[in-house]
Design a protein around this ligand. Sequence first.
Ligand code: AMP
Ligand code: ZN
Length: 147
Amino acid sequence: MPSSCIFCRIVDGVIDAYKVYEDGETMAFLDISPLSKGHTLVIPKAHVQQIESLSEEQLVALFKTVWKLTRYVQQATNTSASLIGINNGPESGQEIPHAHVHIVPRAKGDGGAPIHAAMHNRPIVSKEEMQRTAQNIRFAIKNGHLG
Ligand code: AMP
Ligand code: ZN
């Protein structure tokens, strides 16, 4: 656990957070700079930067907590929808290098945008390139530990 990690320090109780949930493997607290009321972060207690580096157990625990909490975050904020997202790695905009899932309650007319708004320069991809990319991903999966 690096003492420089804000989220590890929240897990250790060294710094305060608006905690809403905790179990053996995970914790959830309000984002200090919310995109909407009730914006909640769900984290694994272990210091792991990216989703693919979590163990299967850690991953299941993390998403189980996301699954469990989403309805209650929405209920508490009088919403019935939410943007659930992960900035996975620095190039994606991840600022805190400790994996976390954002649950952002959404409502009609809240001025927000769908996740597609995150990319301004969408590529034009030919059918051939789509086929090649799908093949490359299938190949990587087959040769990886999930294959
Ligand atoms: P990301 O860009 O996905 O790494 O998001 C990091 C999030 O952590 C941002 O939305 C911040 O507002 C939030 N954040 C940073 N420091 C704290 C903190 N001490 N307590 C709660 N949320 C925080
Ligand atoms: Zn950490």
